[in-house]
Every structure is written in C-alpha cells, then in structure tokens.
Design a protein around this ligand. Structure first.
Ligand code: PAP
Length: 331
C-alpha cells in the first residue's frame, strides 16, 4: 500500500515536472523573434536558425532527449536539397538484403514515410525502429543533440546549389500555399527571404557551412554530398555512401548491376510514376506527396532568376563558401 502511494506520488512529481518543462518550452518559444514575411507556417529564430514554430517543441525535445546509438544513420539536408532522393537511396542500400525492387516498401510508401523526420515525429515512436535506425532531419549542425557527437553514429548531409534550391523551394511553397487560400508568395519575396536567411531551417549558408566544416574535420562522422554530384555520377556516389554506412557493395553485387537497380528504383522518373506518390497527403500534414517530385534538374534556375538575382547569389557564395573551398556546379 505504502509502495503504491509512493509510486503514485513519484509519477505525480514526474508529470508535474513534465508540465513545468512544457510550460518553460512554451514560454521560450513565445519569447523568440518571428519571421515578418508571408512564409507559412510562421518561423521562429531559435539559436540563430529559423524553424517552423509548430515544430520547435519537437526540435527542442529531440535535442534534449535523443540518445544516439552507434549504428544510427542520420540523413540531414536543407529542404529542397535532395532529401527525398537521399532517403530512398540510403534506405535501399541499407535494407538490400531484405528488399529488392520487387518488394521494396518504396513501391507502396513515400520515402518520407519510410524514413521519418525526427522533427515531425513524437518521441516514443523512434524506439520501435529497426537497427540501424535511419532518421532524417533538417536541423542545423549546432542544434543536433549532444549524444550525437560521442556516439559512433553517422551523418550523411546532402546539399544543393543555391540557385536551384531557391527555385525548388519557391515552387514547393506555392504548392503548399494553394490549399490554404493564402496570397501568392512571389519569387521576388521568396528570393529576398532566402538571401536574408529567413527560410525553413535557414540561413541556407550557415546550415551548409556547419556540416561542411564538420565533414572536413571528421570525415568518418559526416559524409558531405551534393545533389549535382548524384546527378552526374550516381553509381560512384552510391558506392561512397554504401561504404560510409558500413554496407559496401560486393564485387558480385557490382557485377550483377545491383547499384544500377537501386539507382533506377530511386530515380525521379520511377518514384514520380508510382501511384503512391501521385496523390494524397503525407500523414498528419497538408503536404501533397506529389509536391516532392518536380523536375529534378540541375540548372532550372535559368528559367526563373534574373541576371541580378544570379549575381547576388554568386556573390554570397563567393563570400560564404569560397574561403572554405566549397564550390557548386550550377548547370
Ligand atoms: P524536402 O526537403 O522537402 O524533402 P527535397 O526532396 O529535398 O524536398 O527536394 C525536392 C527536390 O528534389 C525537387 O527538385 P525540383 O523542384 O528542382 O524539381 C524534386 O524534383 C527533387 N527530387 C525528388 N526526388 C528526386 C529523385 N528521386 N531524384 C532526383 N531529384 C529528386
């Protein structure tokens, strides 16, 4: 009886502590600067990066409570940099002894359902994931949980040249904005917000340089990929990824065309053509699954950006990336 009383008192204390923590997080979020533009949802500036405000409680919970396991693989990107593609590819590499192109879950689920975003996920769900846990996030490097550093978990970062990313993200916002009946978000407004850093998980520049620097210092921890390199040499890039995550392709697999099969299964053409990706929304979101698949080209910006916009992005790249030896192909 006494024990029962004690444990109910303890759980009362635990839940009142949780309530206090939630309240403190709510107060913290309410105190943050918010974005001035039309970007939906509202963004808050938390530790120098812009987060969609509704996701911040999850981001903070991830940072505080996530216990990285040595076998974890974190797929990181900024929105519209190749996230969907990377999820499909790494899932296929890591699970190729269980699934091939005839039975892969990618045939019946969108890559975002197959590899969850941590910031969209509630905590207990992560525990049920099979090892190695494949997790994705748009969270910038300085905001990753402390447990990531000392563990042996791996980070694969994908980025894309800013000229194409700004166009891809603008199309995505237009697509998402439609059902909400909100005013059109012009390219000029979006471009300005992008340059100023006021975009989902931005500033774009600082997000990239955070992971770039870490990949130079700890190449076994962070593999830094570029969308343009995957477009140019998918086989070479997949071999690199497979080795990095500890699932290298055997000679037999290489000769048997396994890498090419994975590349084909995860290509834009294949994924875009699957019924599962043609209609419907991602669970618990307003996001249409088809909005993740558009043109997938390097150089689509030539159809949208003015010469002065191109000059501006080139000069920011010159300032932010060139001193660090980071270059992008743009066509
Ligand atoms: P997310 O961060 O919101 O998940 P993300 O997948 O990074 O988006 O970006 C979508 C872009 O990747 C789109 O580019 P576009 O607007 O220039 O066309 C989309 O077409 C492209 N994309 C999606 N899947 C693939 C794929 N399998 N291969 C190549 N590009 C792809």
């Amino acid at each position: 009886m006494e024990n029962q009383q004690l444990s109910s008192q303890q759980s009362d204390i635990a839940s009142s502590k949780e309530d206090d923590q939630e309240k403190a997080i709510d107060e913290l979020i309410a105190s943050l600067p918010i974005s001035k533009g039309l970007v939906r949802p509202v963004h808050s500036l938390y530790q120098n990066f812009w987060y969609p405000t509704p996701l911040l409680p999850n981001v903070i919970a991830f940072r505080r409570h996530f216990e990285a396991k040595d076998k974890d693989i974190l797929l990181v990107s900024q929105p519209k940099s190749g996230t969907t593609w990377l999820k499909a590819l790494v899932f296929s590499i890591v699970n190729r002894s269980r699934f091939d192109t005839s039975n892969t879950p990618l045939l019946t689920s969108n890559p975002h359902e197959v590899v969850p975003f941590i910031e969209h996920k509630l905590w207990p769900d992560l525990d049920g994931l099979a090892e190695p846990r494949l997790l994705a996030t748009h969270i910038p490097y300085p905001a990753l949980p402390e447990s990531v550093q000392p563990s042996d978990c791996r980070i694969i970062y994908i980025c894309r040249n800013p000229l194409d990313t700004v166009i891809s993200s603008w199309h995505f916002l237009l697509e998402r904005a439609r059902p909400e009946n909100q005013p059109e978000w012009s390219l000029e407004e979006h471009f300005e917000a992008f340059c100023q850093g006021e975009i989902l998980f931005g500033p774009f520049w600082d997000h990239i340089t955070g992971y770039w620097k870490e990949s130079l210092e700890r190449p076994r921890k962070v593999l830094f990929l570029k969308y343009e390199d995957l477009k140019e040499d998918i086989v070479g890039q997949l071999k690199k990824v497979a080795e990095f995550v500890g699932f290298p392709f055997t000679e037999e697999e290489e000769e048997g065309g396994v890498i090419e099969e994975i590349a084909k299964m995860c290509s834009l053409k294949t994924l875009k053509g699957l019924e599962v990706n043609k209609s419907g929304k991602l669970p618990h979101t307003i996001t249409e699954k088809r909005s993740f698949f558009r043109k997938g080209e390097v150089g689509d910006w030539v159809n949208h950006l003015t010469p002065s916009m191109v000059d501006r992005l080139n000069s920011i790249m010159q300032e932010k990336f060139s001193p660090l030896g980071l270059r992008f192909k743009t066509r």
